[in-house]
Design a protein. Structure first.
Length: 303
């Protein structure tokens, strides 16, 4: 089967490489390059672009589940070839994709931007409550422990400490990161998803201010250092978020908020961003909103 890639994330090597199949799902497969510890991800056309992703125009009935973990994958001259499979993917016509969160230069205190933020905050909390999610954004900042799960309580305490440290530009201690990284179950634990979103929100609001850029960069380095506490898939997302790179769905939502788009556009984007995994999307959106509001006061629980 000869197929063509539609887009390639900026973190995917531009030169030949060897890899093995790390993990297989219906609409995605992760590859472990022979050189470098971060995963690459093949995804079907209906999925979001990823910093480490290769998005491919597959037939509607295609499933990656025909591939086997451990199989060798070889990339030569812009062709990706899979051992023990007829699958071959052509890369050379695919567009390079990269998000640029710092370019948004968001001013969250702007009336139209803060209105967009509050719209997403309300929609997110309503959805989390409706689904009885383990983490509800506004509950992270409540002192009533009976209203929270154990994971939510631990996440809330860590997020509150992280907010305080970020606002004071004092990120010398990483105990709150130790709590968040790897917190929860699943392919990407809730604590990791919160951090991915939080880093994205911070990068959106640095506004070329040296103290903010230095602070977020320092936080990113600490996250990368501690990311070995979690699994390979989640560690890859944390690494790229530390560099200001996240999925196109989360990046699109960040842009919609930062541009103060109309409510229809906002709701379409937040629906798309939340529709990732069981709660991963909602957790990442929670982190994004908290990160966006870190350096301003919007009259909400996190500010």
């Amino acid at each position: 089967m000869h197929l063509k890639a539609i887009s390639i994330g900026d973190a995917v090597p531009r030169t030949d490489f060897d890899a093995t199949v790390h993990s297989v799902f219906r609409s995605a497969v992760n590859l472990r390059p022979a050189k470098g510890g971060l995963l690459l991800t093949l995804i079907t056309s209906g999925e979001a672009d990823l910093p480490q992703g290769i998005r491919v125009d597959f037939p509607e009935d295609f499933s990656f589940e025909r591939l086997c973990v451990g199989n060798k994958v070889i990339c030569r001259d812009n062709f990706l070839d899979f051992e023990n499979s007829s699958l071959m993917i052509e890369l050379h016509e695919a567009k390079r994709w990269k998000c640029d969160l710092p370019a948004l230069g968001a001013n969250i205190a702007s009336p139209i931007v803060s209105a967009a933020w509050k719209c997403v905050w309300q929609f997110l909390n309503e959805r989390q409550k409706c689904l009885e999610a383990e983490i509800v954004a506004e509950a992270l900042f409540r002192s009533d422990e009976t209203a929270q799960s154990a994971i939510s309580r631990r996440a809330g305490e860590a997020i509150y400490a992280l907010l305080d440290a970020t606002r004071r530009y004092n990120l010398d201690h990483t105990s709150m990161l130790n709590t968040l990284i790897g917190l929860g179950s699943g392919l990407t634990p809730s604590g990791d998803d919160l951090l991915v979103g939080y880093l994205a929100g911070l990068w959106c609001t640095v506004q070329d201010r040296c103290e903010r850029v230095q602070s977020v960069s320092k936080l990113g380095k600490a996250v990368i250092h501690l990311s070995r506490q979690t699994n390979d898939i989640s560690r890859t997302y944390l690494y790229h978020a530390s560099q200001g790179q996240v999925s196109s769905r989360l990046a699109d939502l960040a842009e919609v908020i930062c541009r103060g788009e109309n409510s229809d556009r906002i709701l379409t984007s937040v629906e798309s961003a939340m529709r990732v995994g069981h709660t991963s999307g909602m957790d990442a959106v929670t982190g994004l909103l908290i990160g966006l509001a870190t350096w301003v006061s919007l009259g909400t629980p996190c500010t």
